[in-house]
Write a protein that binds this ligand. Structure first.
Ligand SMILES: O=c1ccn([C@@H]2O[C@H](COP(=O)(O)OP(=O)(O)O[C@H]3O[C@H](CO)[C@@H](O)[C@H](O)[C@H]3O)[C@@H](O)[C@H]2O)c(=O)[nH]1
Ligand SMILES: [Mn+2]
Length: 652
């Protein structure tokens, strides 16, 4: 990858727009959001060519306040980053990781910057805790957009240009930093929300951003970042541009996707959240078949392609697009124009969400949008440089992780069952390998059915003494052993090679079982209900914070239950059932047949034993733990009841 990097004339660099989405000031704390924003503003890239947009789906004045603070802090932070070539440029991460000022080049400057940051973060946290902004600010431009009747689901469109170079001459003296250099453009946007109009979640926010930015900066390249995923490498824009601007091959490329990595994964990755194998094996593999899917964050698109353009040999990118800065000196006019593009009714009777912009009505708007781009003839590129480009927040509780996988499996199954199925839509348009690559995810959800079968039926048969698999002495046994051992050894080696630990691999095996029995099963049900028109699509945001004790347990890698989610009933019942079957089955063997009776049931004993072994943390949470994160007694009773019922019915 690095070889492609060419030194270019700085003047040739195109403008770049960065979109950051947030949706809830409680689940996604504004301090987290602005750290992402600041890391994006601080890219090593000519600031007058960079515009950063925040879409706030909560339309919250608290988030706006945080962004306003960030716009002021940026004046000090950006020169500081550039002066010392800091990495990472998210202040929250930088100051939390480099705790020792002795490592800094200039300890006094370092400490004063740290204080400045911490004071700002404190002010923001206080405002968020109180739920209101300081009285004195209310009259300020921007803040006066809010009034008491507004909620996250009911508010007018808001666009506030916080920093914009061209305005310097007029109102905005703030658009230069401490060293007198330009700051990137910074814009706050909250699209209009009314309860009677569906807002299409992140896809709707992205489409609104596309339109608002077209009015303000209109850059040819767009980078999309989730608010919880900061830039960890200030060179990422330049690296991505190497592909788009490559004289020979750049022409075909629609988007450039960086992997998703997380900076809150514990040593043995209890919830199997790290995507090491996906990032090191699967996505590079798909890259060879025409390119990785669009996975929502850390992705650079050409604006035109995001807006539905079909591939053609004659297409010429207008790299100068947006370079003629909007010469309107009055920010208010710009804002009013932009607002008119994000009303609830703007998209009515248009192709937005269908042919233009991100696709609506899919829980994985990113994947389906990327698939459509691929099918319009464009290629994508996967880029994974040694210094990670983006680092995010992975779910820290079991239920969060399961709900996230439910959304993903549901969205991908929905694509698979629709006219957008990669095999149908992609036929003749994309490589068969890529079609199959997309379908791995489409078939996640259906995979729950065989998994549940294998977790329940062989164990119940063991309890009853019915043999389902070949004896150890049978030649067929070899086939079973070969497939099972082969698959798992292969998986294990791959996982270790990609940097997982042995315990991490074991944990991820457990997570796959839990996901298949819960997330994926729910994913099937949700997809069916949606197909029948009984329910509508939802988007449950993943929480980015957890309370004190829960996060301590996360650090210690103790599984977090705590709530009584219906998913836990399934998990606990399967665990209990297998325990009963193992004990009952072994007892039967000892009492009736002695060790000789084991032969025909060997595979089942082994399978059931492994299921019990992998569920050990579940038994602990059911019976041994006393902390708040254990499984609640109601779940213990329910699961005992279900498991006993199933066992008794089997034996009867
Ligand atoms: O109505 C909504 C809901 C979500 N978001 C934003 O979408 C992003 C992703 O949401 P998150 O709860 O963090 O979901 P994840 O499961 O972590 O997201 C992954 O999966 C999603 C699709 O399911 C993609 O949209 C994301 O880009 C991808 O990182 C966040 O920035 C949210 O603020 C909105 O802007 N509006
Ligand atoms: Mn996320």
């Amino acid at each position: 990858m690095m070889e492609v990097q060419q030194v270019r004339d700085e003047n040739e660099l195109p403008n770049v727009d960065i979109f950051v989405c947030t949706a809830d000031p409680i689940a996604e704390p504004p301090t987290l959001v602005i750290s992402t924003i600041l890391s994006a503003m601080a890219y090593n890239y000519p600031p007058e060519k960079l515009s950063v947009y925040l879409s706030d789906d909560a339309g919250s004045v608290l988030t706006f306040y945080a962004l306003w603070e960030a716009s002021r802090f940026a004046k000090h932070w950006l020169p500081f980053c550039k002066k010392y070539s800091l990495e990472p440029r998210s202040p929250a991460t930088y100051f939390s990781k480099l705790c020792n000022s002795a490592d800094a080049y200039n300890p006094t400057e370092w400490s004063s910057m740290k204080n400045l940051y911490e004071e700002m973060a404190d002010r923001i946290d206080t405002v968020v805790m109180l739920g209101r902004i300081p009285e004195g600010l209310k009259a300020n431009k921007g803040f006066s957009e809010w009034n008491s009747g507004m909620t996250s689901r009911y508010h007018p469109p808001i666009v506030q240009v916080l920093l914009h170079l061209i305005l310097i001459a007029g109102r905005d003296q703030d658009s230069i930093d401490d060293d007198g250099n330009a700051l990137p453009t910074l814009v706050y946007m909250a699209r209009e929300k009314r309860p009677q109009h569906h807002h299409n979640f992140k896809a709707g926010a992205m489409n609104a951003l596309i339109r608002v930015s077209s009015e303000i900066s209109n850059s040819p390249i767009i980078l999309n970042m989730d608010c919880d995923m900061y830039s960890n490498n200030s060179e990422s824009i330049r690296q991505a541009l190497c592909f788009f601007m490559d004289k020979e091959k750049g022409h075909d490329i629609g988007f450039v996707q960086y992997p998703q990595f997380f900076d809150n994964i514990t040593k043995n990755d209890l919830y199997g959240n790290s995507k090491n194998v996906i990032n090191e094996v699967v996505l590079p593999g798909l890259d060879g078949w025409g390119g990785p899917p669009y996975i929502g964050t850390g992705c650079f698109h050409r604006r035109e392609i995001l807006c539905g353009r079909k591939y053609s040999k004659d297409y010429k990118e207008d790299w100068k697009r947006g370079a003629e800065r909007n010469m309107i000196r009055n920010a208010c006019i710009l804002e009013e124009r932009a607002k008119s593009l994000i009303t609830c009714t703007y998209e009515h009777n248009t192709q937005w969400g269908l042919e233009i912009g991100l696709k609506y009505d899919c829980a994985v708007e990113d994947v389906i949008t990327g698939l459509l781009i691929h099918c319009r003839g464009w290629k994508s590129v996967f880029i994974n440089p040694p210094r990670k480009a983006f680092l995010g927040v992975a779910p820290t509780t079991l239920v969060e992780s399961l709900v996230q996988y439910k959304r993903w499996s549901e969205g991908n199954l929905q694509i698979f069952l629709s006219k957008y199925c990669p095999f149908i839509l992609g036929r003749g348009k994309i490589n068969l390998g890529l079609q199959m690559g997309y379908c791995i995810y489409g078939l996640w959800a259906p995979n729950s059915l065989p998994t549940i079968y294998y977790l329940v039926i062989p164990s119940l048969c063991l309890l009853k003494g019915i043999s389902l698999f070949p004896k150890i002495t049978s030649p067929w046994f070899v086939a079973f052993a070969f497939v099972t051992i082969g698959k798992h050894v292969h998986g294990l080696v791959e996982s270790l090679q990609c940097g997982d630990t042995l315990a991490g691999w074991w944990n991820s095996q457990r997570m796959w079982i839990l996901r298949r029995t819960t997330s994926f099963a729910y994913g099937i049900i949700a997809t069916i209900l949606k197909l029948l028109g009984i329910s509508k699509m939802g988007f449950t945001i993943t929480a980015k914070v957890s309370d004190g004790d829960a996060s301590k347990r996360y650090e210690l890698e103790i599984m977090e239950f705590g709530s009584s989610s219906s998913m836990f009933v399934i998990i606990a019942s399967i665990a209990m059932l297998n325990l009963f079957c193992l004990v009952g089955g072994l007892r039967r063997l000892v009492v009736d047949g002695g060790i000789m009776g084991l032969e025909p049931l060997f595979i089942q004993v082994l399978l059931c034993g492994l299921v019990v072994a992998i569920h050990l943390p579940i038994y602990e949470a059911l019976f041994a733990r006393k902390d708040e994160g254990r499984l609640p007694p109601s779940i213990t009773f329910l699961s005992l009841g279900f498991a006993m019922l199933a066992s008794l019915l089997t034996l009867a």
